[in-house]
Ligand binder design. Structure first.
Ligand code: GAP
Length: 442
């Protein structure tokens, strides 16, 4: 399948089955902003749950946090975002389009007479590059003047740094320890695209691990390994995951070292998570700008220091897209094309479809009772319309790992057919064991 076709097919399936819709679609949409439908919100919630369990609940050394999106504007001066979170942009005076100065489609050097606009083709119409800040601005309070400017956070990390002492003291943690947070972030991206890969509003799953200076490299290596293991545990194809190390020139202003976990998308190898050694950059800057001491007193060593930070930063939307791309497949079955989302059962939006084979002989009643019992334990979908093969296919497209059918045998032997999405194999399971059977396989 050609790569562009795969993305087109996936976008269409996401809309058809209710994973992802264009934001404000009835008004023509809003650029690179997307809404999650009934199946999409389940998928993304499962991704976030799995992350939260691995990062917070399964560990004694990480605490959770939910900081506000709006923060004091000085935070973004201290973080370096006001001065440094910029992209160079050029405008075409002819067609009024705007591009990143390093857009590979631009021929020639922007600002020079021979430079050519990639959209209208006019020569000499591109302006000199100007720096453009990617943060969204808004105003706090009733007056819209420069004193009232606040930003929509471009990363969740800063909410963690400014709360680090609050969390440390209230949770009675000691260094090394971490703070984890999931939340929305906003970036006025100039070249967004590839569906939900790069959007202007997205969710981050970030964890900042505070360590003693000198132990940062060791922790950095540990976190690299743990994060890669987590992505593999979602069932992603291992050969489609790789590391990309940031060269010196690529490093963000805060980073001493950085590695990306990349996935091989149809549009190339791209970052899904970044692991950064941020040193003491953030806490030192917040200490300087706020005038508040952010040092840690290490009792065991009778030493005061500003902790170093190892950050793991993943996009929930990007991980959801990775799962969808990795799971999508088409197969020929009995002369028909079967579309399957082979999602790992743990992230699949619906865990089981429940079907009466026919709408008579008491099967709908039994299936409805079973459905109500199962939905107390995991997400289920009841479907009694159309041929059973069609109902299975609909669940295959939604990524549902198990199909449970109440049939003639159920009435006699109190067993149901459990059909497996990937192998399409069927087996008989006792009516009173279905819940346990599915749960064991999630
Ligand atoms: N706090 C560090 C930080 O924000 P980043 O590499 O800019 O680092 C981390 O972003 C992760 O956030 C990325 O790996 C990606 O998964 C996600 N992300 C960043 N920008 C995004 C965007 N415009 N749309 C969707 N996800 C994005």
């Amino acid at each position: 399948m050609a790569d562009t076709t795969l993305m087109d097919k996936l976008v269409s399936l996401c809309k058809r089955r209710g994973f992802v819709f264009q934001s404000s679609e009835i008004y023509g949409g809003l650029g690179s902003v997307w809404d999650y439908g009934p199946l999409g919100v389940e998928l993304k919630t499962n991704v976030k749950d799995r992350w939260w369990r691995a990062m917070v609940h399964a560990r004694d050394d990480i605490e959770g946090l939910d900081a506000a999106i709006l923060m004091h504007p000085k935070v973004w001066e201290a973080s370096g975002h006001v001065s440094g979170f910029t992209d160079p942009l050029v405008d075409c005076r002819q067609c009024k389009n705007r591009f990143r100065a390093d857009d590979p489609r631009i021929k020639g050097k922007p600002g020079q007479p021979d430079a050519q606009c990639p959209v209208c083709g006019t020569r000499g119409s591109l302006t000199e590059p100007r720096m453009f800040n990617l943060m969204f601005k808004t105003f706090m309070g009733p007056v819209e003047d420069s004193a009232a400017v606040v930003y929509l956070r471009p990363e969740t990390a800063q909410g963690i740094y400014v709360n680090y002492l609050n969390v440390l003291q209230s949770s009675r943690q000691r260094i090394p320890f971490g703070i984890a947070q999931i939340g929305k972030a906003f970036r006025n991206e100039i070249t967004p695209g590839n569906f939900i890969f790069r959007t202007r509003e997205f969710e981050q799953m970030e964890m900042q691990f505070f360590v003693q200076p000198g132990s940062d490299t060791e922790w950095f290596e540990r976190w690299r390994e743990w994060r890669m293991d987590w992505h593999r545990s979602l069932g992603l194809t291992p050969a489609k995951l790789q590391w990309h190390q940031h060269a010196g020139s690529e490093l963000a202003h805060y980073a001493r070292a950085a590695f990306d976990i990349e996935y091989q998308f149809p549009f190339g190898w791209q970052e899904i998570e970044g692991i950064h050694n941020r040193g003491d950059f953030d806490l030192s800057r917040h200490q300087e700008y706020s005038g508040k001491k952010l040092e840690y007193f290490d009792q065991a060593q009778n030493q005061r220091y500003i902790p170093y930070i190892v950050e793991t930063s993943a996009g929930a939307d990007r991980v959801a897209l990775t799962l969808l791309v990795d799971a999508y497949r088409e197969e020929e079955v009995e002369g028909e094309t079967r579309v399957v989302l082979g999602l790992s059962p743990s992230v699949a939006p619906i865990k089981a479809g429940v079907f009466p084979l026919v709408k008579k002989d008491g099967m709908p009643e039994l299936a409805t009772t079973l459905y109500h019992e199962l939905r107390r334990q995991f997400t289920c979908f009841y479907d009694d319309s159309g041929a059973i093969g069609r109902r299975y296919r609909r669940m295959d497209e939604a990524g549902t790992p198990f199909g449970v059918t109440v049939d003639g045998e159920t009435l006699v032997a109190r067993t149901v057919t459990v059909r497996h999405r990937d192998s399409m194999q069927q087996e008989r399971v006792g009516l009173d064991r279905v819940g346990e059977y599915v749960r064991e396989r999630l």
